[in-house]
Design a protein around this ligand. Structure first.
Ligand code: NAP
Length: 255
């Protein structure tokens, strides 16, 4: 066992696929009860059934992270289902490639909405339910924080905003003995990676990752689990990079 999540009550946004599904399974495996969200009800329910067959206590709740109404309902539901909420994992995100030239105001608002406003809404609402020792962990990104990406200007801006949000909110929450931290994934193999960014992007990334391969959702989940553990009680306002060494080379030619 890694860090004990036994009987911890956990809410995970975007917990129905990709990195989020990895987080959901890993936390359940380590003994947590989980309410996980997404917009895709069919996929979410079928993942819930799969998890229940394995004997886990998992419930899917359909909620859009950009909706204040959905967010309020989510935390009401999660507290009713589990009795209390100990850990909130804000993972929902979206990263569609588009050049700055072609980017519309709608494209910008949509990506900032899901990746940044979603974190704001869920923290503001979710924190009302957290008690002394509560934990929030956000899935940020190396994009916007350690590296730039000219096809993801909106996304990079949102994720840089997420890190600023984490640092600033940490100051407020420290007084309540609640921590907020983030994990910055590099390139992780997920449906979003395969369907939104595609094969050519993946091949290019493999060439520049020192470890030579894309990470798995579980690699992110275990870093998140550390930050969500009782043992990480004195860490707040921080982020951990999990990227197979991608941001290390001083020059891309080294790879
Ligand atoms: P993914 O496979 O596309 O999954 C995205 C997740 O977010 C899904 O569960 C999706 O559920 C949910 N989601 C998207 N928009 C939502 C909305 N408006 N409301 C509620 N849920 C929403 O992506 P992923 O690769 O697993 O990425 C997960 C997180 O890791 C994101 O925050 C992403 O930015 C971050 N990240 C990923 C990578 C990577 O290499 N994969 C790298 C750095 C950071 P529905 O479709 O059901 O709504």
């Amino acid at each position: 066992m890694a860090f004990s999540m036994k009987d911890k009550n956990v809410v995970i946004t975007g917990g129905n696929k990709g990195i989020g599904a990895g987080i959901t399974e890993v936390f359940l495996k380590e003994g947590a009860n989980v309410v996980f969200t997404g917009r895709d009800e069919e996929g979410g329910k079928s993942f819930e059934d799969e998890l229940k067959e394995k004997g886990y206590n998992a419930k899917f709740f359909k909620a859009d992270v950009t909706s204040e109404e959905d967010t309020k309902k989510l935390y009401e539901y999660a507290e009713k289902e589990m009795g209390s909420i100990d850990i909130i994992l804000l993972n929902a995100g979206y990263f569609p490639e588009i050049s700055l030239e072609e980017m519309s105001v709608e494209d910008w608002d949509n990506v900032i909405g899901i990746n940044l406003k979603g974190v704001f809404l869920n923290t503001k609402e979710g924190v009302k339910y957290l008690k002394d020792g509560g934990r929030i962990v956000v899935t940020s990104s190396i994009t916007g924080n350690r590296v730039g990406n000219s096809s993801l200007v909106h996304y990079a801006s949102a994720k840089a905003g997420v890190n600023g949000f984490i640092k600033s909110v940490a100051l407020d929450l420290a007084k309540k003995n609640i921590t907020i931290n983030g994990v910055e994934p590099g390139n992780i193999m997920t449906p979003g990676m395969e369907n939104v960014l595609g094969e050519r992007y993946i091949e290019n990334q493999e060439r520049v990752i020192p470890m030579g391969y894309l990470g798995e959702p579980e690699d992110i989940a275990y870093a998140i689990m550390f930050l969500a553990s009782d043992e990480a009680k004195y860490i707040t306002g921080q982020t951990i990079v999990v990227d197979g060494g991608q941001i290390l080379p001083e020059s891309p030619l080294e790879m």
